[in-house]
Design a protein around this ligand. Structure first.
Ligand code: AMP
Length: 353
């Protein structure tokens, strides 16, 4: 166990790192951010910032020497770099979690191997391979890059065969998968936290609404169809965490279909669909993640109100801050990002009811 006063290194400097650092500070820990940006949101609330590229081995080594334990808020750090760090200091979650979560194909194969059901999919490595995948799965379908996709980026929808060229071009002709379009009623996520001794907690399941591929709201309680599937989804997510030897928060996103659940994707980290836990749960995803990383016991995850809604402030939404900050029922979180570009997550608001 790392005693309060110790330093947690965090790979990545975005809002997730910022909220992790705030939770760590409450427990008496210091955070040291490793991120290439000049003034990342997490560094503004942390004790130290190493500004270097994730590929800078010397900077990584110095970073490891300056911290007691390492975690991450961004899962696309090179696995070799994470293995290098793991030879110097404990890293949670470990490279195995990243390896699987970084590659949509590895992720789907892993979950299917564990008995989970995904959208029907096919590997696509070339333009001709895309035609073969379309012939196999039919249309409509979604072409997704295997790596570095987030918030709807690296994705292109194919509604008719004539869209294939444009879709292949839109994703930059990278290794990809084609997924059949799933006719889902809702989307939801299981957010769990696993301690190094294998103890696990999971939070009540929010229903997630996306707009333009970006999460717009997470709300609880979820609709009845989701609640009926939640136990099965949580059991699958727990098996995933166990088989990965994952330590920390793991998020698995699901489609709620009339004929049962389908796994969509996982993130080996705290997640936007868990931001509501800061005010809406006995313990936030950020606090339990910090606890798992430093070896403290995990705390309970129940709801503290009958209804909770988290709304993202995306792009210009944040211009509404004077009204939101004057609203006594709004728990407002602003990430301290300078420019409100379209699609950029600038903050979020949680309301309990
Ligand atoms: P992803 O990055 O894979 O989570 O995709 C972003 C969003 O696109 C999801 O949250 C869904 O709203 C939608 N989406 C992704 N895959 C599918 C699918 N196979 N069928 C229907 N909608 C999808």
């Amino acid at each position: 166990m790392l005693a309060p006063g110790g330093t947690i290194g965090i790979l990545g400097g975005g809002q997730l790192g910022r909220m992790l650092a705030l939770a760590a500070a409450e427990l008496g820990y210091r955070c040291h951010i490793f991120a290439p940006e000049d003034d990342p949101p997490a560094a503004a609330v942390s004790a130290a910032h190493t500004r270097a590229d994730y590929g800078d081995a010397a900077a990584m080594t110095a970073f490891a020497a300056a911290v007691d334990v390492i975690t991450l808020e961004w899962e696309n750090v090179d696995c070799a770099a994470v293995r290098h760090l793991a030879g110097l200091k404990p890293v949670h979650p470990g490279a195995h979690s990243l390896e699987v979560a970084q590659d949509r194909m590895a992720e789907k194969q892993f979950v299917e191997w564990l008995g989970g059901r995904t959208a029907p999919w096919a590997q696509v490595d070339s333009r001709a391979g895309l035609d073969a995948a379309i012939a196999q799965l039919g249309l409509p379908a979604i072409l997704k890059t295997r790596r570095f996709g987030y918030d709807g980026k690296g994705q292109a929808r194919i509604l008719a065969a004539g869209d294939a060229d444009a879709a292949w071009e839109a994703i930059g002709g990278q290794p990809a998968i084609l997924e059949a379009m799933v006719d889902f009623a809702h989307e939801y996520s299981v957010i769990l936290c696993r301690a190094a001794d294998g103890t696990m907690v999971d939070w009540p399941v929010p229903v997630n609404v996306h707009k333009g591929g970006i999460l717009a709201t997470s709300s609880l309680p979820a609709p009845a169809l989701v609640r009926r599937q939640a136990a099965e989804a949580a059991a699958l997510a727990r098996t995933v965490a166990e088989k990965l030897g994952h330590v920390g928060v793991l998020t698995c996103e699901f489609f709620a279909c009339r004929d049962g659940l389908r796994f969509n994707e996982m993130a080996p980290r705290v997640h936007n669909s868990g931001h509501w836990t800061i005010e809406g749960s006995h313990t936030s995803q950020f606090e339990n993640h910090v606890r798992a990383v430093v070896g403290l016991p995990l705390r309970p995850t129940g709801l503290v109100a009958p209804r909770v809604t988290m709304t993202n402030l995306i792009g210009d939404d944040v211009a509404d801050w004077p009204r939101l900050l004057a609203d006594p029922d709004a728990h407002v979180h602003l990430y301290g990002k300078g420019e409100a570009r379209p699609g950029r997550k600038m903050g979020h608001v949680t309301r309990l009811g």
